[in-house]
Ligand binder design. Structure first.
Ligand code: NAD
Length: 489
């Protein structure tokens, strides 16, 4: 146990934030956790003062100094160009792992799943959440899905290290690599590489659709689930919801140097200031923070007191039930009940365990070695409209203007090959992906193309009146094709 007080940053946020933060700090104090606090202002008031990020430069200095942040929920104003503060903090401080444990507290909190006890480890920085979107034609808008090898390595290694530190037995990876063979395929490949380093931990992979269905149906099959950002966002809400109450869940956002802990719910403005909010979500976030600070004993002390309070039938409104609530209480009385039970352990519910407190999870990601990269073609995206949108008309025009170095291999529309030999039934938008390769390319052989061929081609197509909106180079990496084929190519 660390006895030198650790200074952390706190923010009371908006809505019920103030009430649940007061409750959490009182319980932390009563537990004897060696903590000091620096408080910063974030959220509604800061947004309304004209700072569109919701956080002032001074507050960043405090966050950077203390490195650990306990944050109450904030209200993000609708419209007006305000940025989500959560996303800003995650990305700015490199909080690559979002960790959300959920366990059913049956029968004291209603859930259909009696033995559910799992942790979702969600990649927190990449995927579609890079937020790179562009409208390219009147009909088509694109959002870029970015997945990096270091990003995959870091989150997957974190999931295995977490399993090891917290005595968990299995890590399940979920991807959609049957469709996204390169992005999700990378995540799956890295999972298969890293799992070999943890032979003591069972490892399995599910396609996300059946994985999510199984999570909703048989959550007790799962232990630690690691997945990409969007899937993790969705399944962590599903798992929190089916465990009984979104109001109970805590969440950790972990980076190499910084960490942020919070409740998974929002600022609940509908019940703010009424002394009825359940503080358990933020308290569970605070317990994860204590474990992160090598104070697992305090994390267990607090969580066991919370579980005992719930087991004793002392419930806030959101978790009350006819059979198991003996006393419905407000936030303050619930807080006092937890403090009175510090030192007690639940009799029916599983006791809290925060694992090996000497096992500090620190993930070191090595730079990926450069592989041999060869340019073998280009996909040129064209905004093209005509009365009948006949791909053959576009194909002929492209062939006439392709020049001497490159040839048109195919055209796809929303990923489906429409030229040559497309089917007339395929619906076409105004967004055409036109693939060009070396003139002497064959099915088996992809000769290298000089980069200058691409601007030459673009100029020629532009002169022919075609609207080129974007290009993607086609590469071989170490001789392997590193781009997807069109459906039907
Ligand atoms: P919410 O989670 O605040 O509330 C959803 C419902 O759950 C409400 O009926 C609320 O009363 C109830 N609830 C939530 N927490 C509770 C608790 N601790 N005890 C009892 N009941 C609780 O979601 P929302 O209404 O969609 O969002 C409100 C605001 O919170 C929005 O401005 C949103 O942007 C923000 N938000 C912030 C965070 C965050 O800061 N991490 C996360 C989600 C939403």
């Amino acid at each position: 146990m660390s006895s030198t007080p650790k200074t952390i940053t706190i923010a009371r946020g908006d809505g019920i934030g103030e009430e649940i933060m007061d409750s959490t700090l009182q319980i932390l104090e009563a537990s004897g956790a060696a903590l000091n606090y620096d408080e910063i202002q974030i959220g509604k008031k800061v947004y309304e003062s004209g700072v569109i990020s919701g956080i002032s430069p001074d507050s960043w200095d405090v966050l950077r100094k203390n490195k650990v942040f306990l944050k109450a929920p904030i209200t993000t104003p609708q419209g007006g160009g305000f940025k989500s503060l959560n996303v800003t903090i995650r990305k700015t401080l490199g909080l690559y792992a979002n960790v959300r444990p959920v366990a059913a507290l049956v029968p004291f909190v209603h859930s259909h799943f009696h033995t559910m006890d799992l942790v979702v480890v969600r990649e927190n920085e990449e995927d579609l959440y890079a937020g790179i979107e562009h409208q390219q034609t009147p009909e088509v808008i694109q959002c870029l899905k970015l997945v990096s090898r270091p990003g995959c390595e870091r989150i997957i290694r974190y999931a295995f290290e977490y399993a090891k530190a917290y005595g968990r037995k299995k890590v399940t990876c979920m991807t959609k690599d049957n469709i996204m063979k390169h992005t999700d395929g990378l995540f799956h490949d890295v999972f298969d590489e890293i799992k070999k380093e943890y032979p003591e931990i069972e490892a399995e992979h599910y396609i996300i659709d059946i994985g999510a269905a199984r999570l909703a149906d048989t959550p007790h099959w799962f232990d630690v689930v690691v997945t990409l950002n969007l899937y993790g966002d969705i399944i962590s809400d599903i798992t929190a919801q089916i465990s009984g109450s979104v109001g109970l869940g805590g969440s950790a956002n972990i980076g190499q140097d910084f960490a942020m802990f919070e409740a998974i719910h929002g600022s609940a403005p509908d019940i703010a200031g009424q002394d009825i909010a359940n503080p358990s979500g933020l308290l569970n976030g605070a317990a994860m923070m204590l474990a992160h600070l090598n104070m697992s004993d305090k994390a267990e002390l607090i969580t066991n007191a919370l579980l005992t309070t719930i087991e004793d039938g002392i419930h806030t409104k959101d978790i009350q039930s006819k059979e198991y609530t003996k006393q419905e209480v407000g936030t303050k009385a619930f807080t006092n009940a937890i403090i009175e039970r510090l030192g007690e352990k639940p009799k029916a519910l599983k006791r809290a365990s925060f694992g090996d407190q000497n096992h500090v999870i620190s993930i070191d990601v090595k730079k990926t070695p450069r592989s041999k990269k060869e340019l073998v073609g280009v996909d040129i995206f064209i905004d093209w409209d005509s009365t009948d949108r006949n791909p053959d008309t576009l194909g002929k025009k492209l062939e006439e203007n392709a020049g001497d170095t490159l040839k048109l291999k195919m055209i796809t529309n929303r990923g489906v090959k429409v030229y040559p030999d497309g089917l007339p039934e395929t619906f076409c938008t105004d967004h055409w992906r036109c693939r060009f390769v070396a003139k002497d390319a064959t099915k088996e052989h992809s000769p290298v193309v000089q980069y200058s061929a691409i601007p030459d081609l673009l100029n020629s197509l532009n002169d022919a009146g075609l609207d080129c909106i974007k290009t993607e180079n086609l590469y071989l990496f170490d001789g392997e094709r590193a781009y997807s084929l069109g459906q039907g190519e």
